[in-house]
Structures are given as C-alpha cells and as structure tokens.
Ligand binder design. Structure first.
Ligand SMILES: NC(=O)c1ccc[n+]([C@@H]2O[C@H](COP(=O)([O-])OP(=O)(O)OC[C@H]3O[C@@H](n4cnc5c(N)ncnc54)[C@H](O)[C@@H]3O)[C@@H](O)[C@H]2O)c1
Ligand SMILES: *[C@@H]1O[C@H](CO)[C@@H](O)[C@H](O)[C@H]1NC(C)=O
Length: 432
C-alpha cells in the first residue's frame, strides 16, 4: 500500500497519470474530501445547535434558529398550556410571564398561580448563568401548576400560537439579558433580548385581539450617572453608564411609542437590586456568599476618595407585591386591529427599598449569618457599568400601587442564606 502514502498533501499537485493506481488515488482523495466536508458541516451544525441564544450578535439569525430547533405543537402541548393558563379564581387574570424560569419570573409566577390566576411561562433557558438553577426553578413551577414553554421572545410564530391558544389579559414581561459587566463581553445578547425581543413582544401584543395590558421590567440603572438622590421617576435618565442601562432606557422609549401609536397599556417597573432565595448567581450578594464559604477573597469596591458604594437592596417578596399590584391596577389596552381608539395608560414606577446599604455592610451581615470571616479585597470601583449609589424614591408606587416594602436587608439575607445552604447542600452541588 505504499502508493497511498505517496499522495501529495496539496491536492492541486495530484498528477493525472494513466496508471492503474491513479483511479484508486483519485477515488481515495475524493472519499477523503467528502469525509472531511461532512465532518466540517457536522461541526458547523453542532456549533450552531449548541451555542446559547445569547452569544451571537445577529438577532434575526437567532430567531430563525430558535424557530428551527424548538419543536412545539400538538394536542398534548396545547392541553398543558390551557391547563396552566386556566383562571381559577373569580376576577382572576390570565398572564403570560416571559423569563418565567428567571429569578423574579419564578417568584411572580408562583404568587399569581397561588391566588388563582392563570399563568403560562416562557423562557429560553439560556446559559448566561448556570441553567441547572433555571431548570430547578422550572421544576418548582411545574409542581405549582405553572407550565414553562421553552422558546425565545423573538420567535413571533411561537408567541402568536400562544395567543391563539390563550387570549391572555396580561403580559408580565421579565425576559431580558441582565447584568451590567457582561455587556462588554456579549453586547449582542442585550440587543437581541432587551431591544429586538421587546419589540417582538409588543408587535404581537398590539396585533392580537383583545390586546393585553403589559407590565415589564425596566431597571434602576436608567438613572445612570445621576447624583441627586433619592432617584425619582421625574429625574433625567439620559446618561446611562452601561449598555444594559441603555437598552432598558431604549425599552422605555419603545414602550412610549407602542402606547402612543397602538394604544397598548404599558407599565415599566424600575427594580432596585433585587435579592432573595432562588436569586441570580451573577449578583454580588450571591457570589459573595459562595466565595466567603469557599474561603476565597471577595472584591469590595469603593469610589474615589474612599467613597462608599451602596445599593438600595430590595427583597424579592416586596418586588413580587409591586409586580402584582402593577398588574391589578393596569387599565385595559385601547387598540384593536393594530389601531389605537383612545389614549391608553402609560406608567413608570420605581420599586426599591428606600434604604441604601453600603456593600461593606452587606458583607458584614453575610459574615454573621454564615459564621465565616470574609477575606475582603478593597478595590477601586472600575468604570465599566456599575454606579456608586442607588436609592429609590417610591412615593409614586406607594400612591398608585400601595407599594410598601417591609423586609430589611438583615431579614432578607437570612432567608437567602437559609435557601442557599439548603439548595447547595454540603458542597454536593456547587454554585458556579
Ligand atoms: N434582579 C435585579 O436586581 C433586577 C434589577 C433591575 C432590573 N431587573 C430586570 O428584571 C427582569 C428579571 O430579572 P431577573 O433578575 O429575574 O433575571 P434572570 O436572568 O434570572 O431572568 C431572566 C430570564 O429571562 C430569560 N430570557 C432571557 N432572554 C430571553 C429571550 N430572548 N427569550 C426568552 N427568555 C429569555 C432567561 O433565561 C432568564 O431565565 C429582567 O428584565 C431584568 O433586566 C432585575
Ligand atoms: C419623591 O418624589 C415625589 C414625587 O413623586 C416628590 O413629591 C417628593 O418630593 C420626592 N421626595 C424626595 C425626598 O425627593
């Protein structure tokens, strides 16, 4: 078989001689070429199939992909959706919750279901943080009677189909790419979910009949570099400090447009640093807990001239009450057939705790609760998205929603730590 070893590595150099061995050679190289083409195509396929929806900046491509890879439909599928969205209490509402496998989405869905509302979840289970936590929340939801459809908010066909099956009276739109620093790593995921995704959700909402009322999550980060505290809804929001903040600000302007043109009832909620059980592993209180337990040092930021970095930490149960109150006070959308009939409701509320706590105090509370001393590494606050201070003025939410937070950081963290130790056990699972 010596002749086979003689095949030159550069294909262009194969000489077409009329020796009996030549056909074999050409045959062989063709077979080789075909084989490697298949391997190559296979790799491309695997790459596209497996890469999470959040890693490519091209959003139209992504929505097409999710159309291809998600299978849905069939009588069983529709039955599950109808059962989940069935209203069980008098005057109950039917709500489509996007981002239902997320931190806030899970808590809001459970609360709605428990009081007898119809709830259907939608989530793409992306890998921005450990998807096994999202799956665990999903299991909790399914036990409560909330079904979560796996799909992307950019998938118009899927959303239309869901509205065909259930004429939702409300949409609680929480799906988004969260996190401030990750925007420098993967800016496209913010455009995909927070802008393209939001527009797609609103496009469907304006076109269905009856149009639902929409409550959606904006963020305290829209206050950006503002220094006047507490932050009030009337303050300027035109100096965002991160792409995340900019996409939330853009969302508020997009909401204004859909309210103005199509008569959609829209309420934006500016959450202030939400924490609690089933929380997000990318947030400081969560990974501080993990790293303190591991004996790993934790970075504590301070501003220029040893300035304090503080957050208006808001406990999840208080946020949930605010979300439900926003849904309950939302007026109906006024449009139909893609046209506005009358002016519709347009609101924005701060949902915070009104008592900012320095991050170093957060660490002290965690040390006490975990009974472990933290290795503190004091560092200068980098200028990559985080702001020095957040503090909500909630008088508007108090007046219009009856919103009144009741959990202080100490009490809330105690509940978080209890959950954390129980969930991650004695090092059986490890938080990533
Ligand atoms: N937690 C906070 O402190 C906080 C503060 C301000 C604003 N918010 C906003 O509140 C909302 C909920 O936040 P959270 O803390 O629960 O975050 P989260 O990341 O836990 O939840 C968001 C969920 O949406 C899903 N999702 C993301 N993009 C999607 C897409 N394109 N299609 C379908 N599903 C998608 C994710 O898989 C995730 O489960 C977000 O809009 C966030 O920006 C949160
Ligand atoms: C909070 O906002 C309200 C308007 O919603 C305003 O009247 C009030 O003065 C603000 N409070 C503070 C302390 O800034």
């Amino acid at each position: 078989m010596k002749h086979i070893d003689n095949i030159p590595s550069t294909p262009g150099k194969v000489k077409m001689e009329k020796s009996p061995y030549n056909r074999l050679r050409i045959h062989f190289s063709l077979a080789k070429l075909t084989f490697w083409s298949f391997v190559f195509l296979g790799l491309i396929f695997v790459f596209f199939y497996r890469s999470p929806a959040s890693t490519s900046p091209v959003s139209s491509d992504l929505s097409r992909r999710s159309l291809r890879t998600n299978s849905y439909g069939g009588p069983d599928w529709e039955k599950r959706i109808k059962a989940s969205a069935k209203v069980r209490s008098r005057n109950g509402i039917s709500v489509l919750v996007t981002g239902a496998a997320g931190f806030v989405g899970t808590h809001v869905s459970v609360a709605l279901k428990r009081r007898g509302d119809g709830v259907l979840g939608l989530d793409n289970f992306n890998e921005y943080y450990d998807p096994s936590l999202k799956r665990a929340r999903q299991a909790l939801l399914e036990r409560t009677g909330v079904h979560v459809v796996e799909g992307d908010i950019n998938d118009a066909t899927l959303l239309k189909k869901l509205f065909d099956i259930v004429p939702f009276s409300h949409v609680m739109h929480l799906a988004a790419q969260a996190g401030v620093r990750y925007a420098m790593e993967n800016p496209g995921s913010y455009v995909h979910s927070n802008i393209a995704g939001l527009v797609n959700v609103l496009e469907i909402c304006k076109s269905v009949n009856p149009q639902p009322a929409i409550v959606w999550a904006s963020s305290s980060s829209v206050y950006g570099l503002n220094t006047k505290v507490p932050f009030s809804e009337k303050d300027r929001t035109d100096q965002p400090a991160s792409l995340y903040a900019a996409t939330k600000k853009a969302g508020e302007e997009i909401a204004h447009t859909y309210n103005h043109i199509y008569g959609l009832s829209l309420t934006g909620l500016r959450f202030f640093t939400v924490y609690g059980p089933w929380g997000r592993p990318d947030m400081a209180y969560f990974f501080f807990t993990r790293d303190i337990l591991k004996g790993k040092s934790i970075p504590i930021f301070e501003a220029a001239n040893h300035g304090t970095v503080a957050r208006d930490f808001t406990y999840i149960d208080d946020i949930v009450k605010g979300c439900l109150a926003a849904l309950d006070t939302a007026e109906k959308s006024t449009g139909s057939g893609g046209k506005k009939k009358d002016p519709a409701q347009l609101r924005v509320f701060n949902l915070g705790n009104t008592s900012p706590v320095p991050v170093s105090d957060l660490v002290s509370i965690l040390e006490r609760l975990l009974k472990v001393k933290a290795k503190r590494l004091v560092m200068k606050l980098p200028r990559n998205g985080d702001v020095q201070f957040t503090h909500a003025n909630i008088s508007s939410a108090h007046k219009e929603l009856g919103y009144k937070p009741t959990t202080d950081l100490q009490t809330g963290l105690k509940k978080f730590v209890r959950w954390y130790l129980n969930y991650y056990g004695n090092g059986k699972k490890s938080a990533q």
